[in-house]
Design a protein around this ligand. Structure first.
Ligand SMILES: NC(=O)c1ccc[n+]([C@@H]2O[C@H](COP(=O)([O-])OP(=O)(O)OC[C@H]3O[C@@H](n4cnc5c(N)ncnc54)[C@H](OP(=O)(O)O)[C@@H]3O)[C@@H](O)[C@H]2O)c1
Length: 249
């Protein structure tokens, strides 16, 4: 019943976790607006969804105007969304010795600055309505600095930090903010990783855990637990021990 007839706008829904989440939420009775850059994949998803009228709204989160245009489309077709899920993200592994500034800045822009832009576009309406639910999809990679993860890890750390600030500030305005911290999920994003990914789960499994977590309203949804608790433990190690352990990664 939680999602029944609720309007959920998922940004980053054409592939992977966002796509699986859209399909799972449709089963729960939600009305969906799905966004990403790729129009054809979004239309495919909408036809797969069936049921209630759903909307494909193309959006490139690196552009403020594109977010604004997509939001206007969502609002006029389905109304102000009850739930907004920021799931768009990109990942390029990067060591300091091979820093690519353009890719690093673009990663910060797509994974983090986009959330600020999204807030700027939507928050006025949520505050005016005095209700809302924002879900920011970050990563366990945001818990602490790790090798080969300089731009991605920093972008997710910034996003997780933002979610904490927003949770505190927006609770009195009846706007729930949740953070999602997945470990490894088998999607296009991780398909090129050359190393074995511990405790990797499917996008469908990730989506099911998100659906369950969103119903609770608890701040953080993290999974799979065996891996996310290990990553949380790294974060609280004394610094010398942390640097000793991470030297072997
Ligand atoms: N897979 C994992 O192991 C893992 C782990 C931790 C966190 N995450 C996070 O989970 C989220 C989803 O990742 P995923 O694994 O499902 O990756 P994915 O399969 O590559 O999907 C990423 C989604 O983001 C969209 N996107 C990328 N750049 C965009 C842009 N500029 N504007 C709008 N949409 C954009 C993509 O669509 P278009 O390309 O069509 O725009 C796609 O729908 C990301 O934030 C990722 O960082 C993933």
């Amino acid at each position: 019943m939680f999602f029944s007839d609720k309007v959920v706008w998922i940004i980053g829904a054409s592939e992977g976790i966002g796509r699986a989440l859209a399909l799972a939420l449709e089963e729960e009775g939600a009305r969906l607006a799905v966004s990403a850059r790729g129009h054809a994949r979004l239309e495919e998803l909408v036809s797969e969804l069936g049921g209630a009228p759903h909307l494909a709204a193309v959006c490139d989160v690196s552009s403020f105007e594109s977010i604004q245009t997509a939001y206007r489309q969502v609002k006029s077709a389905l109304g102000v969304p009850d739930i907004i899920v920021h799931c768009a993200g990109v990942y390029t592994p990067m060591y300091a010795r091979e820093l690519n500034l353009e890719v690093a800045l673009s990663t910060m822009n797509i994974n983090f600055a986009s959330a600020l832009k999204l807030l700027d576009v939507t928050l006025g309406d949520l505050r005016a309505r005095a209700s809302g639910h924002l879900v920011l999809v970050s990563s366990v990679a945001g818990y602490c600095g790790l090798p080969n993860s300089m731009a991605y890890g920093a972008s997710k750390a910034a996003l997780s930090n933002l979610a904490e600030s927003l949770r505190i500030e927006l609770a009195p305005e009846h706007i729930t903010v949740q953070l999602v911290s997945p470990g490894f999920v088998k999607t296009r994003l991780t398909d090129t990783n050359p190393f074995p990914m511990p405790f990797i789960i499917s996008a469908e499994d990730a989506a099911a855990r998100m659906v369950a977590g969103m119903k609770t309203g608890r701040f953080e949804i993290h999974f799979p637990r065996r891996f996310s608790y290990f990553m949380k433990a790294l974060r609280i190690l004394p610094r010398p021990l942390f640097f000793w352990v991470t030297k072997w990664l």
